[in-house]
Ligand binder design. Structure first.
Ligand code: HSE
Length: 404
């Protein structure tokens, strides 16, 4: 018998409790041991909930119980999650977490502490909700030089953009619904400003390249500036607007960013809708692979955490190697990135053509039926060069990058 403690009985914590109790027989068989939830830690009481019989309010009860071999941390935020995770690992307990803030901030240190103590720090649910992506990167794609990871890594923003595009919902209605469905972060700014996707691409890039990619070094833009008019242009041109988190290795240099982009209709990421996430991986030997599934929500996320619990139980006393060094990776400056850009400008096509072609190499123009406005697309150019030219463009309304 292996005893498990769950820290936090919120959306994900109650989901982990549900997954482990509902699928208990199957989980026991797959783990090779009986898995039992001995404690759930939460500051709150839950009168009438079956969790009551295992509920505790003091973390030390868990820490000081040697029969607890696996601690599930699903509280969110860096503190007290970091302190509890570190103390658990030092006490010889494996930690399984869905907490991307914890992993992005303290991942390499906790991985090292786990190794030193012959336990495991597992974090499959921190990226892509229920989609297996951490384990494939760490255990399956080990013979490849990973040269690109790009994806839709935030379910809330993908849900919002999908509803704005397909149903004509406004931003606030779509966000409210995503919150009701349990997709959004407690502070929705983390979703809509791109911070959540940024932490996830930092984690995936660190695992892919082996050194720490700092989330604070990644250029990040959210979706709050995306308008109904942008979506109309996108539709007219055969694109969808998606929040893309990407990381590429070119000539040994790493380029990482998070931003809303126009994705062409035949790109595999274009058809990822609603709360679904997808992660596109390109390896120098593998070629392309894509991982797709439910990117947020109680049970998909809890399923990934419970899968980590099974792995931790299978490996009691043995550390699973994780290829993620504490040394920092240098990232390229955003100004050096190259893209095609889409630009909206005030004026009819003739007026815009005259202004645009003095500053840009233009590949085409679009009229989306927006009053006194024309859109155009540039050739591939460096961000720095684009920004200089855009600053001089009289009547410029908006700009978006185009995913290559
Ligand atoms: N708020 C996150 C999302 C939850 O929408 O993707 C899953 O990490």
């Amino acid at each position: 018998m292996v005893n498990v403690a769950i820290l936090g009985y919120g959306t994900v914590g109650s989901g982990v409790y549900e997954v482990i109790t509902t699928n208990n027989k199957l989980i026991n068989k797959k783990a090779g041991e009986d898995v039992s939830i001995k404690y759930v830690l939460d500051l709150r009481d839950f009168p009438g909930d079956p969790v009551e019989k295992v509920l505790v309010h003091d973390f030390n009860v868990i820490l000081e119980d040697p029969s607890v071999k696996v601690v599930v941390e699903v509280m969110g935020g860096v503190e007290p999650a970091y302190t509890f995770a570190k103390k658990s690992l030092l006490a010889g307990k494996s930690v399984c977490t869905s907490n991307k803030e914890l992993v992005a901030n303290k991942g390499p240190e906790l991985i090292r502490i786990a190794k030193e103590n012959k336990v495991n720090f597992l974090f499959e649910a921190s990226c892509g909700g229920g989609i297996p992506i951490i384990r494939p990167l760490n255990s399956s794609l080990t013979a490849d030089d990973i040269i690109e990871i790009s994806g839709i890594l935030n379910g809330t923003t993908n849900y919002i953009l999908t509803k704005m595009t397909d149903e004509g919902w406004d931003f606030d209605t779509a966000l409210k619904k995503a919150q009701e469905l349990g997709y959004a972060e407690r502070n929705p700014e983390a979703d809509v400003l791109g911070y959540d996707a940024c932490r996830k691409i930092a984690i995936l890039s660190s695992l892919a390249y082996g050194k720490t990619v700092g989330y604070e070094d990644i250029h990040t833009e959210g979706i709050t500036s995306v308008t109904y008019e942008d979506i109309e242009y996108a539709k007219k041109m055969g694109y969808a607007i998606k929040l893309i988190a990407s990381s590429e290795k070119k000539d040994g240099k790493i380029y990482a960013m998070v931003a809303p982009m126009l994705v062409r209709r035949d790109h595999p990421l274009c058809s990822i809708n609603g709360v679904f996430n997808a992660i596109f991986v390109r390896g120098n030997m593998l070629g392309d692979a894509m991982f797709y599934g439910s990117g947020a929500g109680k049970l998909p996320t809890a399923s990934a955490v419970a899968g980590d619990v099974v792995d931790a139980v299978r490996h009691v006393g043995k550390n699973i190697m994780v290829f993620w060094d504490e040394e920092k990776e240098d990232l390229q400056d955003i100004g050096d990135f190259k893209h095609q850009f889409f630009v909206r400008v005030k004026g009819d096509k003739d007026t815009v053509k005259e202004k645009a072609e003095k500053l840009f190499s233009v590949t085409g123009y679009t009229d989306a039926g927006i009053d006194n406005e024309t859109g155009f697309v540039t050739e591939i150019m460096k961000e720095d060069d684009f920004e200089k030219a855009y600053a001089q463009l009289e009547g410029a309304v908006a700009k978006l990058r185009i995913k290559d």
